[in-house]
Design a protein around this ligand. Structure first.
Ligand code: NAP
Length: 307
C-alpha cells in the first residue's frame, strides 16, 4: 500500500487538470488519473475560441497539453490508469485501478461526459467506418469528400465549420428549423458556402457496405423519407455524463449528473465533483477549469479541518 494522497482527481480533462494544478500548487500530495485521452473533450476540438486568453487560436489539444504540463510542473502526479472501483464511505477513501490501489483523504470526480449515440440502425456497425463523433480526430479522412453533421447545437455547428476545411461539402441535418448553437457560431455557418442544411429532419438509418455510403433522412413535419449520399456522418447530438463509477455512491440527478453545492461538494464528506459530470447550467472549458479550482481549494479546507 502506498502513501495516502491528499487529493486524488479522477479524470484528466480541463476540470481534473485544473483541480490538479490548484491542489499541487498548495503543496497537497495530488494524483490525477486518466483512463483515456488527456485533455478530455476539449482535446477533441480544434477551435477553442471562447476560452479567455485563447485569442491567438491555440487549439484544444495545445491548450489542454499545457494544462497538463502546468499541473505536473507544480508537482501533481499524472497516471494513465482506469479506475475500476471506489470506496468513498470512510474517512480515508480507496481508489482502485486496473493495476493499483490508492488511498486518499479527498477525491475529486472529474470524469466529464461522452458523446451521445443517435441510436439508429447502422450507427454502431459503421462506427469508425465513416461514422465519427470527433471532427478533430477524423476530419482529415474526408478531404474533398461529402459529410453530414447531425445536430444543431454548439458542437454540431462549430465542428461543421471546422469540417469545411477538409470536406468538399458539409450538410447539417437538424431535427428543427432553427439551430440551438450560439448566434455567433450560427452566423459563421450560414455565411460558409460549403455548408448546407436539411431542416426538420432526423437520420433514421445509416447505410453502407463496410463503409458509409448514405443516410436515410425523414422529415418530421411531412414524413417524407429520402436517401442522401454521403461519405461520412459526424454525430453531435449531445453528451451523457460519465458517472457509472460513482452510481449509488454519491447523489445524482435522473440523467446521471452528480449533484454538488457551489463548493463542488457532493453529499459524501471529502468527495467533490467538477466539470461536465456535475449538474450545472453551462458546460464549457472555462467553467470546468473553474470547478476544478474550487474543488481543489475546498478539498484542502476539508483536509485542514478534518486531519
Ligand atoms: P446540445 O447543446 O445538447 O445540442 C445537441 C443537439 O443535438 C441539439 O441541436 C439537439 O436538437 C440535437 N439532438 C439531440 N438529440 C437528438 C436526436 N435524437 N436526434 C436528432 N438531433 C438530436 O449538445 P452540444 O452541442 O454537444 O453541446 C453540449 C454543451 O457543450 C452545451 O452546453 C454547449 O453550449 C457546450 N459547447 C460549447 C461550445 C462553444 O461554446 N464553442 C462548443 C461545443 C459545446 P434540439 O436543438 O432540437 O434539442
Amino acid at each position: 500500500m502506498q502513501d495516502i494522497y491528499d487529493i486524488i482527481v479522477i479524470g484528466g480533462g480541463p476540470a481534473g487538470l485544473s483541480a490538479g494544478l490548484y491542489g499541487a500548487r498548495s503543496r497537497a500530495k495530488t494524483l490525477i488519473l486518466e483512463k483515456g485521452k488527456w485533455g478530455g473533450q476539449a482535446a477533441t476540438t480544434e477551435e477553442l475560441e471562447n476560452y479567455p486568453g485563447s485569442i491567438e487560436q491555440p487549439t484544444g489539444p495545445e491548450i489542454t497539453a499545457r494544462m497538463k504540463r502546468q499541473a505536473e510542473e507544480f508537482g501533481a502526479e499524472t497516471r494513465a490508469e482506469t479506475v475500476t472501483k471506489l470506496e468513498l464511505g470512510g474517512k480515508i477513501k480507496k481508489v482502485i485501478t486496473e493495476s493499483a490501489e490508492y488511498q486518499a483523504k479527498t477525491v475529486i470526480i472529474a470524469t466529464g461526459a461522452k458523446p451521445r449515440l443517435l441510436g439508429c440502425p447502422g450507427e454502431l456497425e459503421l462506427r469508425g467506418k465513416g461514422v465519427s463523433y470527433c471532427a478533430t480526430c477524423d476530419a482529415d479522412f474526408f478531404t474533398d469528400l461529402r459529410v453530414v453533421v447531425v445536430g444543431g447545437g454548439d458542437s454540431a455547428i462549430q465542428e461543421a465549420i471546422y469540417l469545411t476545411k477538409f470536406a468538399e461539402k458539409v450538410t447539417v441535418i437538424h431535427r428543427r428549423d432553427e439551430l440551438r448553437a450560439a448566434k455567433s457560431i450560427q452566423e459563421r455557418a450560414f455565411a460558409n458556402p460549403k455548408i448546407d442544411f436539411i431542416w426538420d429532419s432526423v437520420v433514421i438509418e445509416i447505410k453502407g457496405d463496410g463503409i458509409v455510403e448514405s443516410v436515410v433522412v425523414k422529415n418530421v413535419k411531412t414524413n417524407e423519407v429520402k436517401e442522401v449520399q454521403t461519405d461520412g456522418v459526424f454525430m453531435f447530438v449531445g453528451y451523457d455524463p460519465v458517472s457509472d463509477l460513482v452510481k449509488g455512491l454519491v447523489d445524482m440527478d435522473e440523467r446521471g449528473y452528480i449533484i454538488t453545492d457551489e463548493n463542488m461538494s457532493t453529499n459524501v464528506e471529502g468527495v467533490f465533483a467538477a466539470g461536465d459530470v456535475r449538474v450545472k447550467s453551462l458546460r464549457q472549458v472555462v467553467t470546468a477549469a473553474s470547478d476544478g479550482a474550487i474543488a481543489a481549494v475546498r478539498a484542502e479546507h476539508y483536509i485542514s479541518e478534518n486531519f
